[in-house]
Design a protein around this ligand. Sequence first.
Ligand code: T4K
Length: 376
Amino acid sequence: MKKKGNIYVTEPSLPDLEEYTELLKTIWESKQITNNGELHKRFEQELQQYLNVKHISLFSNGTLALMTALKALRITGEVITTPYSFVATTHSLHWNGIKPVFCDINPHDGNINPDKIEALITPQTTAIMPVHVYGNPCDNEKIQRIADVYGLKIIYDAAHAFGVEKGNESILNWGDLSVLSFHATKTFNTVEGGAIVTKDEKLKKRLDYFKNFGFANETTVIGYGINAKMNELISAYGLLQLHDVDKNIILRKEKTQLYRQLLQNIKGIRLLDEMEDVRYNYTYFPVFIENKQFGKSRDSVYEELKQNGIYARRYFYPLISDFPAYRGLPSAQKEHLPEAGNMARQVLCLPLYADLENRSIERIVEIIRRNAETTK
Ligand code: T4K
């Protein structure tokens, strides 16, 4: 339960209640409350235009979207993925009977290290599932080159990458498809929700069938479909969120810049670099606390903030490969994942959301500064 006065890692932006009520009235009149209604169609269209992508299929959440994506692409055997992510990434593989193979990451962006992928490929490998962690674009060129040589599919977990562009192109167009999450904790939220983006019109159709039990029409079921549809009430909410998302991203950018400026002189705090040709969405603000230089551990800063009513989060600690469900896998062994282990030990995601007050940021940085053994 949230307590008034505390500051949490995030806070959702909600649509205008009166506007939402007006839209709800149209649902009450039509009595179409789910199953590809008018608002669902409108939301899909407007999102497709906003994100500048070819096709998009809405889902009830990101996890079901990931699970459905793997099914629709008939992915089997082994999939090479990152341990430095939210556990849903790997769970979606397990739910499809696929063995995850963990690959180490880059310390500069937290993403899968493409130079380490090839060594993990076996005759059972069918796909690569990278994550654009914190919305940082993966090295798509290298990953695509490997996929092309070995005939592998690429499923991007783009849960953090809503609206992210590189060189004026949506990164959601990369790979065979990209999966978005619209969870309450994301820059663009629909309470719960998600979507799959693809360039392939036929795949978009198959995804639409798969999220509706596999029904292609009243009498044809094309495979092991699931129920992962987005309903009309959520589509209405999403349509209104789209009006505000640009404003929210700008506010988040300003907060991020303030953090960066205030943190710059604290020894032992490492921030990830931003690439010049990338439009970020500022969903997370991760800092990495280098124990020796900083003088105290990441966990002591985490606890100290907590005692002051500030709830930062250690996304992503522990590594997925350290959870009991996965730690027995050969690729999960710590010696194969040194960079991921380091980042998981050092990371702290500081509060970031559109309504976060600047004086709260100043307070958070002050607490961190007090913790630092030495400052310049
Ligand atoms: N792939 C990746 C890479 C992902 O990061 C995620 C989800 C997925 C796949 C799966 O997508 P979904 O199936 O979720 O669509 C959160 C989210 O539940 C999860 O969506 C997200 N990633 C993950 C990184 O974080 P928690 O357990 O940290 O959430 P929770 O409830 O502790 O919320 C954090 C803080 O946010 C709270 O302390 C207060 C605030 N908050 C939260 C909610 C839910 C609010 O102010 N209002 C709210 O309604 O997992």
